[in-house]
Design a protein around this ligand. Structure first.
Ligand code: NAD
Length: 405
């Protein structure tokens, strides 16, 4: 990218940053702690709702904690309707089906109990309930919903996406294997419940990958200084410090509810941070790969994070060094920013290794590279105020590294 273009991007991001700072981004009312999912009935009662549509996955429906939540709702005379169709990455057909069910069953509110996939499916359906004649694809991008959505309550069962507090819904267009994001203030759930007991059943691999997703949110948001608000940096630092301290333990001791609770909080903090500051090329490239190859989102994030950070080069050394030392991930021994930033990137690689996450994408097909690069640039430019603005050629350079060249 020429220096004239770099200057233009800086000006654009500074201007957009002013706009972002002026927007009052909603935050959910938060209930947290082991057993806090028991608050659902109180929330519904306080909101005067009786018939929530529960958006969840087939696996979750079978779990004891889910049955417990349902029993408590039925006992308290609520009439929940369960839609347990979302496994991974909601697509447009799923979202339409959920919106149809909401209308046909005359529901008055929505509760997502699950990972990012059910939470985003709920949000996607909320868009179609607010705008019944809209094509979801046309709502892609920022602030296109612009209407009141149903009451949404998010109960995450993974600790990674932060979707319970973000204004984003990531949906797959199944006709093109294309992941796109709808972002609107009306998509932030009104309530979020972080109940560590609900995540103890997560398999080690999902715990690991989703935790690395949360780490990616925090690190990418930290680098996007032009959009930061007063507490954005602190949220990122808090999330990064928790993840480095506790993610391995969450994998090794899956039933340690206190650790699970901390990981949920880290994911929430990272979600709040990137809702304000956006993400970067790890996400922009990862969405392209995940959409085409149907790989878990967290795996894409984990593998791409060190590659992209290294590729940003000196533009990212200073903030990465600050993040590394303030969180205690790298000791501040007086080394220069470059050395500390590189040590931090090494720590991420080491974490991936210890979690057993494959650092490469060996099955990427060369013929898909142009499309992934095109999509990544379209997603990131000019919205994401990243330290470096990539061209399609830059993305392809990172993809070559990701493939193991
Ligand atoms: P997921 O929701 O797809 O769940 C992954 C797997 O874990 C599924 O098979 C699910 O059934 C299982 N699972 C979930 N909770 C479980 C539990 N407690 N015990 C056992 N198994 C459980 O995974 P995810 O990483 O949470 O979400 C990924 C999706 O979220 C992607 O589509 C991604 O693009 C999206 N996303 C959205 C945002 C946002 O802000 N809206 C941010 C990041 C990612």
């Amino acid at each position: 990218m020429t220096s004239a273009k770099k200057t233009t991007m800086k000006i654009v991001h500074a201007g957009m940053g002013l706009g972002m700072k002026a927007i009052n981004i909603p935050r959910p009312v938060l209930y947290e702690g082991p057993g806090s999912s028991g608050k659902l009935k109180d929330i519904l009662e306080a909101e005067g709702k009786v018939r929530p549509l529960i958006v969840t996955s087939p696996g979750t429906v079978q779990r004891d904690y889910f049955k417990g939540i349902m029993d408590s709702l039925f006992e308290n005379k609520f009439e929940p309707v369960v839609c347990g169709i979302i496994n991974n990455d909601p697509d447009i057909a799923h979202v339409k089906e959920i919106a149809r069910m909401y209308r046909d069953e005359e529901c008055d509110s929505m509760i997502a109990i699950g990972g990012g996939s059910p939470m985003d499916a709920m949000k996607g359906a909320a868009c179609l309930i607010a705008r019944p004649r809209s094509d979801l694809r046309k709502l892609k991008g920022l602030m296109k919903v612009g209407r009141k959505t149903p009451l949404m309550i998010a109960v995450p069962t993974t600790a990674g996406t932060g979707s319970e507090c973000t204004i984003a819904a990531v949906i797959t267009d199944e006709t093109k294997n294309y992941k796109f994001t709808v972002s609107d203030l009306s998509l932030c759930p009104k309530y979020a419940i972080l109940d560590g007991k609900l995540t103890v059943s997560l398999p080690k691999s999902v715990t690991a990958m989703t935790g690395m997703d949360a780490l990616t949110h925090a690190v990418e948001a930290y680098l996007n200084a032009p959009y930061h608000k007063a507490d954005t940096k602190e949220l990122c630092e808090s999330a990064v410090s928790k993840i480095f301290k506790y993610l391995e333990r969450a994998c090794q001791e899956p039933e340690d509810i206190a650790v699970r609770q901390i990981m949920l909080k880290a994911s929430f903090e990272a979600g709040e941070a990137f809702t304000v500051a956006c993400v970067g090329y790890v996400h922009a490239i990862g969405h392209g790969i995940g959409g085409i190859y149907h790989l878990p989102h967290g795996q894409c994030m984990a593998a791409l994070l060190p590659l992209v950070l290294l590729d940003y080069g000196k533009a990212a050394y200073r903030p990465l060094a600050k993040l590394a030392t303030r969180t205690g991930v790298v000791e501040d021994d007086g080394s220069d920013d470059r050395k500390i930033a590189l040590k931090f990137i090494d720590k991420i690689r080491a974490l991936n290794r210890s979690l057993g996450i494959d650092p490469k994408f060996k099955d990427l097909r060369p013929e898909d590279m142009d499309e992934i690069a095109r999509r990544a640039v379209k997603e990131a430019v000019p919205l994401y105020p990243t330290p470096v603005t990539y061209t399609e050629e830059d993305v392809k350079r990172v993809l070559a590294l990701a493939m193991g060249d």
